[in-house]
Design a protein around this ligand. Structure first.
Ligand code: GLN
Length: 379
């Protein structure tokens, strides 16, 4: 057979986590916590299992959960997504992204996105015959978007622009001005926006998350994608959601129904109950900001250079003062020889551009961060 994705290997997250396990290294590579989800949430899910939530959920998701999502968005962003046709619960953000792209991208459609980029966007577009139009962001410019460059890439074939704020892997966030620029550029076009906002509740130093739904011109053309796995420390549960105006959601559901039909029901019910207390997501930024501060404080005298992450649970570190090795080689060597695993940024870049930057996940116990810092300070 002829592969539909000839240039795709195994995702770097699995590769680095496997290497970390093999060499018994501290794993700051794949983005997941090394602590467990709240026992209270686990109890709510088992309570749901013990009280009959074991058959199909409605296709769009358990109604109480869609109501909790709608209420949260209204409280945080002052805008409404209707539960009956504008919110769908998905098997993690990854399935939402896959299904959105599969629903709308046809052969020849152009999709603009910013590199470094999360590694699923490109294969999702290519699987549907779409043409990727990457815009490379530079470490030397703090990964800021030049909106003139975006304007120059837009043409009649442009079908979708994918944004991701807070941004994996760099930890940068879009400002209000960034969002206004995007709103302005897409005005009077048919371009859709896929706004990957899975780290919306991890935003630091008093900044506020600029969701696409805050901007009416963007909301009207956007899918906003969110993740419970990131927010509630249970990446293995595979549960997230997406929101969009009903005309867009109607098309999405046509594919979603034959993709997964619906998501694990008791988990939805448990999360709906857990969300009745908003502190469960509102306290997340403070929680992770402390971890970021601890980690950066511990490595401030190391040879790594950094600008503090503004969001996500990732911190990028520049190692150009240590070695000129290619980042993939350095990341592998650090795992094997020094016992610490990270993610090399070049795998998220166009043309494997090597910025001499590695990504470290700080969603870890304080003790793990201390052990990690000890290793990094010795390099
Ligand atoms: N989002 C996670 C990360 O960036 C990984 C997701 C995955 O492994 N599929 O590390």
């Amino acid at each position: 057979f002829k592969s539909k994705l000839p240039n795709v290997g195994t995702t770097i997250f699995s590769v680095m986590s496997a290497l970390a396990t093999k060499h018994n290294a501290i794993n700051l590579s794949q983005g997941f916590p090394d602590f467990d989800s709240d026992q209270k949430l686990i109890d709510l899910v088992s309570r749901a299992m013990n009280s009959g939530y074991n058959h199909y959920a409605p296709m769009l998701g358990n109604l109480e959960l869609r109501e909790a999502i709608s209420k949260k968005i209204d409280a945080l962003y002052g805008t409404t997504y209707h539960t009956e046709n504008e919110i769908t619960v998905t098997a993690g953000a990854t399935q939402a992204i896959f299904t959105i792209i599969s629903t709308f991208i046809k052969p020849g459609d152009e999709v603009i996105f910013f590199k470094p980029a999360y590694d699923s966007y490109q294969p999702n577009v290519e699987l549907n015959g779409g043409v990727i139009v990457p815009i490379q962001l530079q470490a030397s410019n703090n990964f800021k978007v030049d909106w003139h460059e975006v304007k120059a890439k837009i043409n009649s074939q442009t079908k979708m622009i994918i944004i991701n704020t807070p941004h994996n892997p760099t930890g940068t966030v879009f400002s209000k001005d960034d969002m206004l620029q995007l709103e302005n550029l897409t005005k009077n076009t048919n371009i859709m926006v896929l706004s990957d906002e899975v780290y919306e509740h991890m935003i630091y130093d008093g900044a506020s998350h600029q969701s696409a739904c805050l901007f009416p011109g963007l909301k009207a053309r956007s899918f906003v994608v969110a993740s419970f796995c990131k927010t509630f420390h249970n990446t293995g549960w595979r549960i997230g959601y997406c929101c969009a105006p009903k005309e867009l959601m109607q098309e999405f559901v046509k594919v979603h129904q034959f993709n997964v039909f619906c998501i694990h029901h008791p988990t939805q019910k448990g999360i709906a109950d857990y969300m009745q207390e908003p502190k469960h997501y509102l306290e997340l930024s403070g929680f992770y900001q402390e971890k970021r501060n601890l980690f950066l404080n511990l490595i401030k005298d190391s040879k790594f250079k950094f600008t503090a992450s503004k969001g996500t649970y990732f911190q990028v570190l520049d190692y150009s003062g240590i070695t000129q090795e290619y980042d993939v080689d350095f990341a592998k060597r650090l795992t094997i020889e020094s016992g610490i695993a990270s993610i090399p940024l070049s795998v998220f870049n166009s043309n494997n551009l090597d910025n001499k930057v590695l990504r470290f996940c700080f969603a870890k116990k304080d003790d793990t961060l201390k052990r990690a810092a000890d290793v990094l300070n010795g390099i």
